[in-house]
Every structure is written in C-alpha cells, then in structure tokens.
Design a protein around this ligand. Structure first.
Ligand code: KG4
Ligand code: ZN
Length: 350
C-alpha cells in the first residue's frame, strides 16, 4: 500500500479502568490518543470496582471517541478499521467497548477488528520503535506477568507466567499493606525513592530456578510479616524501606527470569539478535527499567520500552494492533463475542 493510500484505524479500550480512544495510521503516527482515567471513581474502594467501571465506560465512551475523532480531524466513515479490545478484562467494560465499536462499524461500513488486550501491549513496540519479529516480550501489568516470544501477529510462544499474583497486583497489594494508596505501582515507586532496599531481608521467589515462571505471593507475605514484626504502624521511613526492599526484590527476580528467556530465545532463534520489549503498566517503573537495561546490556540484548503513556492502558496500542491485523486481512464479524479470558498462548513444554 503506497503513501497515497494511508490506512487509519480507530482503537477503543475499555477492559479495565481507563476509557480510551485513539486513531493511528500505518506510517506509525498517533493522530490522537485520548485516555480518561477512572481513578477518582475507584480510589475510595482501594481497587477497581467492575460495576462502577462498566457504568463509567458507558457514560463516557461516546464523548471520548468523538474527542479522538475531532483531534485527528478524521470522520468515522473515512477510517479503514474500527479496533476494540475484545478481552481479556472486566467483562462489563469489554462489552461496552465492543458494543460501541460494532455500532460504529455497522453505521459507517468500516471493517471491525476485535483485539486481544495482551496482543495490543505486545505489539506496541512495533508502533513506537518499529521492532521486527521475532522478539522477546516481558508483559508486566496489573493482570499479567509473562515472558513470551513474539514471532508474528497471532504467533506467540509462552516461556513462563506467574504461578500466583500478577506483578502489578503484587505492587498494588504491597502499597495497600504499607498504607501507600491506590494505584499501588506508582505509590510504591515514589516511596521507594527515599528507602533503603537492604534494611529488610526479603525473599527472591524462584530466583535461579530453571524456566521463566514467576511467583510473588511469598514476597508479599514476607513484606506483610516484616510490617507486623515492626510492632507499630508502617509509615514514613519504615514504609519507604519496605517499599524499596520489595521493589529491589521484584527487579532482581524479573531480571533473573529474563536471563532464562534470553537463553530460550537464543535456542529457538540462534541467528536473530535478541530484542527484549517490556510492556504493560509495570514497565513504567523506572527502577525496574534500570535493572532490566543493565541485565540486557550485559547479555548483549537490545531493550525497548515504550514511553510510560503507551505502557499503561491506552487505545493507541489497540488501534495499532487492529491495524496490524487488518493489514493481513484478519477482521472479525459483528457476531464477535467479548471474551473475559483470552490467553495469548498456551504454555509450551520447553
Ligand atoms: O497495563 P496496565 O495499565 O493495566 C492492566 O493491568 O492491563 O497495568 C496496571 C498496573 C497496576 O497494577 C499498577 O499498579 C501498575 O501497573 N503500575 C506500576 C507503575 N505504574 C503502573 N507498577 C510499578 N511501578 C509503576 N511506576
Ligand atoms: Zn493492560
């Protein structure tokens, strides 16, 4: 397709607690990227309340889509595709997004594409950095913690996943425990800046073990036990030191798991110079990024991390994944059913 014939795709994201719409083109330009966070709606409950999320998506999505359309200066009928997160996620929100996208597609006659939210995170590095297949993906978000080889659109090899909590969940629970508020990731990171990571001896679950799986529940329990052992409320320096200790432990185990992934990648793709892409909300964590950058450099692996705004949930990544699918003719029918669970890949025996 020549430059005279630019493809533009609208993306819609409603699978968790951001209502988002964006338009991207096949020149890798983000023409608009509107994200409405529902943080204030959920803050009093210390976590995302699915029912509140679904209602907020329903109330706001039409205006967010109109905003994205106006900002890009493109009429809906002039789009080449309408992409929407079809799962996995909180099903009420996903239904709102899918319903809206189908309505726009039906009214404008534009092709409809249902996108896997994890695939949208996975392909973001191709939008931001034009990364070629195959590459290694560390997907670290509120709901997921996985290492995969991305070999093509729809072609994923799962190297490892979490045996208990997702990594973002571990950050969120730790923050709650330390009274740092919600969402936990940014709060733990901020508190850790003033903390001494070596004051508390915390475990490094699965460190040094073969394969690429993760586990965080033991670490979470250790933080909780350390807080109890203090014998008083965890605030100020205590909270900062525990946050720093937790974050350092997480960074170390993630780096260890990535080293195993480098080996698995080299075995499967001996002739490809490895690239490690970090994606998902937790990839916004600067301390973790620094550790991973260091580990990658020592193993001669290039590292790509999209900017924080494209690591956390957004619709530009959905639009881009939709565009990639559209380019190879993978569209969906208007009978697509929202999927609360939708794994990218089944575990391999490797
Ligand atoms: O990808 P995401 O926006 O939503 C999904 O889960 O799909 O990820 C949200 C998660 C939350 O658990 C949040 O606490 C975590 O990402 N997070 C962070 C940081 N920013 C967001 N975790 C650690 N450090 C951060 N700076
Ligand atoms: Zn996400």
């Amino acid at each position: 397709m020549g430059y005279m014939n630019i493809m533009r795709v609208l993306g819609i994201e409603t699978s968790c607690d951001e209502t988002a719409a964006a338009i991207v083109d096949d020149g890798r330009s983000i023409l608009s990227n509107v994200v409405l966070s529902q943080l204030d709606d959920h803050q009093p409950f210390g976590g995302v309340v699915p029912e509140i999320a679904a209602r907020a998506h329903l109330e706001n999505l039409d205006a967010i889509v109109a905003h994205a359309r106006d900002e890009a200066g493109i009429a809906l009928k002039d789009l080449d595709g309408i992409a929407v997160t079809g799962g996995p996620g909180l099903i009420g929100g996903v239904i709102v997004g899918v319903m809206t996208a189908k309505a726009i597609a039906a009214a404008s006659g534009v092709p409809f594409v249902a996108v896997n939210h994890l695939e949208a995170h996975a392909l973001t590095a191709r939008l931001t950095d034009n990364v070629a297949f195959p590459y290694l993906l560390l997907l670290i978000s509120g709901g997921h913690c996985q290492l995969l080889i991305v070999e093509g659109i729809g072609c994923y090899v799962l190297l490892g996943t979490t045996m208990d909590d997702a990594i973002g969940e571990a950050f969120d629970k730790t923050a709650k425990l330390l009274g740092l508020g919600f969402p936990g990731g940014p709060a733990v990171e901020a508190a850790a800046r003033d903390g001494d990571p070596s004051r508390f001896r915390l475990p490094r679950p699965l460190m040094g073990r073969p394969r690429c799986d993760f586990s965080f529940s033991g670490l979470k329990t250790a933080v909780s036990q350390a807080a109890i052992n203090l014998g008083h409320d965890t605030t100020g320096q205590d909270a900062a030191d525990l946050a720093a200790g937790f974050q350092a432990a997480v960074a170390e185990v993630v780096a260890d798991r990535c080293q195993h992934a480098f080996e698995a990648f080299a075995e499967r793709h001996p002739d490809t110079k490895p690239v490690l892409v970090a994606a998902g909300g937790v990839a916004a964590n600067q301390a973790l990024r620094a550790t991973l950058t260091d580990t990658s450099a020592r193993h001669d692996v290039s590292m790509v991390v999209p900017p924080p705004a494209l690591c956390t949930d957004n619709a530009a990544m959905v639009a881009w994944a939709g565009l990639e699918r559209l380019r190879i003719g993978k569209t969906d029918g208007l009978d697509f059913r929202p999927r609360p669970r939708w794994p990218l890949a089944e575990p391999t025996a490797a």
